[in-house]
Design a binder for this molecule. Sequence first.
Ligand code: ADP
Ligand code: MG
Length: 355
Amino acid sequence: MEKKLEVKNLSVSFRTPLGKAQAVRGVSFELYAGETLAIVGESGSGKSVTSKAVMGILSGNAEVLSGEILFDGKDLLKIGEKEFSRLRGNKISMIFQDPMSSLNPIMRIGKQITEAMLLKNRAARRKDKSVPRLKKSEARRKAIALMEEVGIANAEKRFEQYPFEFSGGMRQRIVIAIALSANPEVLICDEPTTALDVSVQAQILKLINKLKRERNLSVVFITHDLGVVANVADRIAVMYAGKIVEYGESEEIFYEPKHPYTWALLSSTPDLETKERLETIPLSPPDMLFPPVGDAFAERNPYALEIDFEEQPPFFKVSETHYAATWLLHPLAPKVGIPEALAERMKRRKAKWTK
Ligand code: ADP
Ligand code: MG
């Protein structure tokens, strides 16, 4: 399969008054063409920092300590600012949790979409005179088509409205339309449904699936909620304390999880329908100013071995597509299976969930 994007051994720290916060610690993943890769983990695990590094929009106190971010065979961390900004927002687009933060509250929706197109067209023409000029009327026509593509009814009329006249879900659709206006190949969605009601959430997920299919987009879908990705992800990477601790195909992560953190996440993920009582994960994630020497999950892990407190586990291979970094997979480790309650629960879900 063609690799669209490849992140290798990425480490990012932040300078803070208290010291260096090691937000991302040696993250590697691949995004294949036309797939949706979900990155899942509790708040603070480094998901947003990872995606901001890919977009080149880290804050000023960030420091990329190591890594490569390969797109079209080029390392985004090595190319110049100019080339980077051509890729960012064009071949790679990103949408965020709060659509309001990406929209101008006092500018008509239509203008915000056309403005994005006209700006890009101008920038492209500055570099290459043979790029035809985008006329305003043409931009308007394209913007309305995009609004229709993302499921906004009465697009002609709504083109003239302001963000406050749209619901949260509709605003997220507009932000998606703006992200699509440059015909990206990769779309990074950072908690795009977290601020929305459950029913609206489902609609946005459906839209992302449709766009992925119709535009052959490669999608990175970031969320703290494993329940959300069941219906969108082809593969899942589970992140904890700045590291990926397990990754595999969606089915492998849901039905054959190997890392105790993945077990804990799955056990704390509510079923959309049954709202059954959940187990919460005890304690909090570690302080990234002083990350533990061993497995960062050890102190919250009821299955922790002595070695978990001393040495970071390597990735152990579970299948061609499935890897987990837990000492429990070491041949000499005691045999510990998926907790029984979770296994039961997943069996019930499997019967219900269809992709
Ligand atoms: P999430 O997985 O919730 O998206 P983030 O990637 O936003 O987590 O953050 C990862 C870690 O990096 C957190 O501990 C957070 O406090 C820290 N962090 C993020 N941005 C900054 C910043 N600008 N300055 C200092 N620390 C930061
Ligand atoms: Mg985040």
